[in-house]
Design a protein around this ligand. Sequence first.
Ligand code: SF4
Ligand code: ZN
Length: 418
Amino acid sequence: LKISIHKMDIPVPYGPAFEGERIRKEDMQIEIGGPGVPAFEYVCTKEIDEVEDGKIQVIGPDLDDIKPGPGVSLGIMVEVAGRKMQPDFEPIFERQMHRFLGEAQGLFHMGQRDIIRHRISKEAFKAGFRIKHIGSIIHSQFHSNFGAIVDKVQVTFYTKREDVERILKDVRAAYAERDARLKGMTDDSVNLFYSCTLCQSFAPTHICVVTPERSGLCGSVSWLDGKAGYEINPTGPNQPIERGKVVNDTLGQWEGTNSFIFNGSNRSLEKVSLYSIMTDPMTSCGCFECISAMLPMTNGIMVVDRDFTEMTPCGMKFSTLAGTVGGGLQTPGFMGHSKFYLGSRKFISADGGLGRVVWMPKALKEELAETLTKTAAELGLEDFLNKIADETVAQTEDEVAAYMQKVNHPALAMAPMF
Ligand code: SF4
Ligand code: ZN
């Protein structure tokens, strides 16, 4: 038996008790990332001789020389090497960093990839915590959790905005390359789906069923990630789900998925539709990228993402909606989901699909313009993006309905939603 203990050299307490610990604005030394601030977390695979195990570098100023407050740029580049390492595992490691970093007292971790938003508390700073200590955590946790796969880990931090901006170009290209591998795969082309139960720590009945055309609702677990997660850890949160016999093709219900959810939800849920928001929708934990909500007067749905903090046409802000939808409940008419799923041909296909979308924030529409335009065209929806209202033309359900009349929105001609 080989036991390797990688001592973590950090000046603050560490453990599961601190996961999810909030750091209020007045208590934070700095906030990393956030809207408009370039920042990223990226794990990449290297050759064994390209990585020096335990090397931690901070390129640019560390906390002593960073102005306290929000808006801090940071690039976290984690380079790993190992005989069993595969590029397919990179996103899994990235996702786990949420837990690894969140377990340090005084370090709050949110988001992933290039949408991170972390805080370091004043208290931690006073205790001697510096950026380089994030590297110690990553190094030791990667060894203790992925020891079977990873032999060497080195971490480089970029703290100058211009460096982060420059490197982010390559990092985004790498994210895009990962995502592209999934394109072209359909749910019908695979025999197995994968579960993700990572969020059961705070939403005990929640299970994401991850398929090629529907990623986990946090947006960071694709079908390929589920598959890789299972290979890394066969008893972990990603398990294969055999679809089995069809219960309802349109809704996206199979005997295999239903029974998996029944057993995995502590027998609290019997049925889940993968393609419907109205009939047995998938549950939501809390880390969804977007929420869809029915707008009864419009015969359609609105979609809002986390970055949009204003009031929405359903009369609730994202934060209030999140409280209604989250926690592992099944709430017909409401659903948390990833941005990826919104652009999927299977997006609420049982309820009429993308054509049901009547409102979304302008920024989200712009961000997803390419994929939404493509999917809309495939579904035969003409000039569809311009028919979706946003906050610049409609802020209430009435105004959305009026806008729909003006542009002749396709949802007007669809069957009633309920
Ligand atoms: Fe897994 Fe879903 Fe949680 Fe993402 S939201 S970590 S896919 S359970
Ligand atoms: Zn979650």
